[in-house]
Design a protein around this ligand. Structure first.
Ligand code: SAM
Length: 285
């Protein structure tokens, strides 16, 4: 396939449920490479059987990825083309392959993406939330305190937030979304491309209640999408910026009176009000 003396690494997306989603190009590449590096060879053998293909496979997962790099680099140097696949969807997206791709790219090898299914893109494409900007946060931390801290760090972001979630934690995650992010629109995309594909939307609290009354809705695989923070009104924004200025001055050791004078000069308004605000910030510190 590749016309140089070196082979190429093809990073091939595979279906996330519906096997018809594998592209003809992906099937052709998988049928032509010398070896397929797969996250779980037994799992991927089923896909190859479905395609009527028989190719040599070797496992590549988080525990042996670093060790596989030199082995696969040698195959490429010998002129063999190699494909990388994961259990489902696009390799490297919450799946193994990053170390391999980074190392091979650094070594000057040709890396060719063969795009296809990816759960986060499929979810976003049908959720009806803004997609002009979004932040994908992978899986949230398993422990409640770390999960809430991660969400708190994202609370001010105004773009759509997207994460992956398992059936074991979906209720806890909805609970934390309700606590930390409040009344935002959340869309749950469950079992995408599969028989029980479902989109549910509403506040995190309403969705949690829905999953509690119908436990079937908590089964399967999830993409969780959350509307970004609503725009602040102008006065709220102005207060926030003023607080940031005052806090920065106080942190630099500037006194309350002087901080109030600077705020008055920069932002206008009554010096007395800035003094009271600076004093309140200092007392709260
Ligand atoms: N590489 C994959 C991709 O491109 O989407 C993601 C792999 S990650 C280990 C698995 C997670 O992806 C699942 O826990 C779930 O959150 C999400 N996922 C995968 N398939 C899905 C599907 N059919 N429906 C909803 N979410 C899915």
């Amino acid at each position: 396939m590749s016309d140089s003396a070196y082979g190429a690494l093809y990073v091939v997306a595979t279906p996330i449920g519906n096997l018809d989603d594998l592209s003809p190009r992906a099937a052709r590449v998988l049928g032509e490479v010398a070896v397929i590096a797969a996250e779980d060879t037994r799992h991927s053998a089923r896909l190859l059987r479905h395609l009527g293909l028989e190719r040599p496979m070797l496992s590549l997962h988080e525990h042996n990825e670093a060790a596989r790099v030199s082995q696969l680099a040698a195959r490429l140097a010998a002129g063999d083309d190699v494909a990388l696949i994961s259990d489902a969807g696009t390799p490297l997206i919450c799946d193994p392959g990053f170390v391999l791709v980074r190392e091979l790219r650094d070594a000057g090898h040709r890396i060719v993406p063969v795009p296809g299914a990816c759960a986060l893109v499929a979810g976003l494409s049908a959720a009806g939330l803004p997609t002009d900007r979004f932040t994908f946060i992978g899986f949230l931390p398993a422990k409640g305190a770390s999960r809430r801290a991660r969400l708190e760090a994202l609370a001010e972001r105004d773009e759509t937030l997207v994460c992956y979630e398992s059936p074991h934690r979906i209720r806890d995650t909805l609970d934390d979304l309700a606590t930390v992010l409040g009344e935002r629109r959340v869309v749950l995309a469950r079992e995408l491309t599969k028989t029980f594909e479902t989109f549910l939307d509403g506040s995190a609290e309403a969705l949690l209640a829905r999953l509690q009354e119908d436990p079937d809705q908590a089964r399967g695989e999830f993409v969780v999408m959350v509307a970004g923070a609503p725009p602040r009104d102008e006065s709220e924004q102005a207060t926030l910026e003023a607080d940031q200025l005052l806090a920065a001055l106080l942190a630099e050791g500037v006194g309350v009176k002087q901080a109030a004078a600077v705020a008055t000069r920069v932002l206008g308004g009554a010096k007395k009000a800035w003094y009271a605000r600076a004093q309140a910030l200092k007392d709260a510190d």
